[in-house]
Design a protein around this ligand. Structure first.
Ligand code: HAM
Length: 419
């Protein structure tokens, strides 16, 4: 036998159980988004490299070292999307998706690709469900987006996710903060890790995000952006926090939230859960009023993306309905094999989940298999049943078994379905 060909590191296979959870979490999220008026869009997995370089920012880790970039056959540089926001804004501008009502509300779901070091909750191909509210500059949009995220967790029965909010200011007020921060970091340089030192010139705000304990300690007294906000940004942030309080959305202001994408301004937020360990952000997002301009258009925007793998990890699965096998159709004789499959089809046509034997096994083995599959009932057909047009119905929960007419059995099912 030749050697087993393995998958690529960080590209995780999603098993049937995990896929069920992804689908369930995604479906609940879609329904929730739809109630706020968001509509799905489907965006390409591949974009021109320039879109991300300009949109996300050359100095970010994502663009600098985490993108899957390759030339196409004409030598054009393409990139597997590392996130959805740049594509969503590009599509909005290109397709002229401006909603007559003002704010265009769209969502997307699917795989994203980043060349990060794989660990629990962090993969190189991962799945996001994200939304974007494009077109509204005012704080009410921010409030509704964060409120929506909070209510999603409430609806899913997850009560230990914390929402952290911050303001990242704007191009008018951020430079003064940045200068003071760089001075502070340079003075503390002796205590910082090599990653932080590299970021002093390229992306100093990300130093605040470093998880290394000695760096965190050295940065304890670092300047805080909230002290530098211009009056417009300050007013925006005050209205956002007051609005969240007014709606009863629990949140904490965390001035250390800086985000790893350059397009953010003003409101930035994360939803974190301690149960996740190091990769504790279930969802993250913020306002990106300058992004459209970077890629050749003009539009305000705010949004977030949820990591689906992480969402399924924080959800309480006791409340989710796992698929159950309603019927297992067993054939007691060789002649009954195809009629058994036929009966299974009839039941599937009525919407039931039905399994049948595909391995020519004995009746005893089929009953064992039905039991293992967790089937609620077994239907047995043999030569007698074929002749009499009957079926034996065995209920696993009560252990009762009875022979009933095939037609009256099917009629009764119909009554159950409609009744
Ligand atoms: P992000 O913070 O890069 O933001 O990613 C959002 C979420 O995706 C994270 O909180 C996490 O749950 C999940 N995630 C990110 N990277 C990985 C990974 N390597 N493995 C597993 N899960 C991961 C964005 O992507 C922005 N586009 C969000 C946004 C939308 N901002 C405005 N609109």
């Amino acid at each position: 036998m030749s050697k087993l060909i393995r998958g690529i590191r960080g590209f995780k296979d999603i098993s049937p159980d995990e896929a069920f959870r992804h689908r369930y979490a995604e479906d609940r999220t879609r329904e929730h988004f739809a109630r706020f008026g968001y509509r799905e869009v489907r965006l390409p997995l591949v974009e021109s490299t320039e879109l991300f370089a300009r949109g996300i920012g050359e100095a970010t880790d994502i663009v600098d070292k985490e993108m899957y970039t390759f030339p196409d056959r004409n030598g054009v540089s393409l990139t597997l999307r590392p996130e959805g926001t740049a594509s969503a804004v590009r599509a909005y501008l290109e397709g002229n998706w401006k909603a007559p009502s003002g704010v265009t509300k769209i969502f997307y779901t699917g795989p994203m690709f980043r060349y990060e070091r794989p660990q629990k909750g962090r993969y190189r191909q991962f799945y996001q469900i994200g939304l974007e509210a494009i077109g509204g500059p005012g704080p009410l949009v921010d409030i509704e987006v964060i409120d929506l995220l909070h209510l999603l967790f409430v609806g899913l029965g997850v009560n230990d996710v914390k929402i952290l909010v911050n303001s990242l200011g704007c191009p008018a007020c951020r430079p003064a903060f940045r200068d003071d921060l760089v001075d502070y970091i340079k003075a503390a340089a002796g205590k910082l890790c090599s990653n932080c030192l590299r970021r002093i010139e390229t992306n100093p705000m990300r130093v605040l995000d470093c998880k290394v304990p000695t760096c965190r300690e050295a940065l304890e007294g670092a300047p805080v952006i909230l002290g530098y906000l211009c009056s417009d940004c300050d007013d925006h942030f005050s209205r956002v926090t007051a609005g969240l309080t007014g709606l009863g959305v629990p949140y904490e202001v965390d001035p250390k939230i800086v985000r790893g994408l350059d397009y953010y301004n003003r409101t930035a937020f994360e939803a974190v859960c301690d149960r996740l360990g190091a990769q504790n952000a279930v969802a993250a997002g913020g306002r990106y009023d300058g992004l459209a301009r970077e890629i050749g258009g003009d539009a305000y925007g705010i949004g977030f993306a949820i990591g689906l793998e992480r969402l399924t990890l924080v959800m309480d699965w006791k409340s989710a309905e796992l698929p159950v096998v309603d019927y297992y159709v067993a054939a007691a004789t060789q002649r009954a094999r195809i009629p058994a499959l036929g009966l299974a089809d009839v039941l599937r046509g009525k919407g039931y989940l039905v399994e049948a034997d595909l391995e020519d096994r004995s009746l005893k083995a089929q009953l064992r298999s039905a039991n293992r599959a967790g089937a609620l009932r077994v239907l047995i057909i043999g030569d007698d049943e074929l002749r009499d047009e009957t079926v034996q119905v065995k209920d696993f929960s009560t252990g009762q078994q009875q022979t009933v007419g095939r037609d009256s059995f099917l009629k009764e099912l119909q009554a159950l379905k409609t009744g």
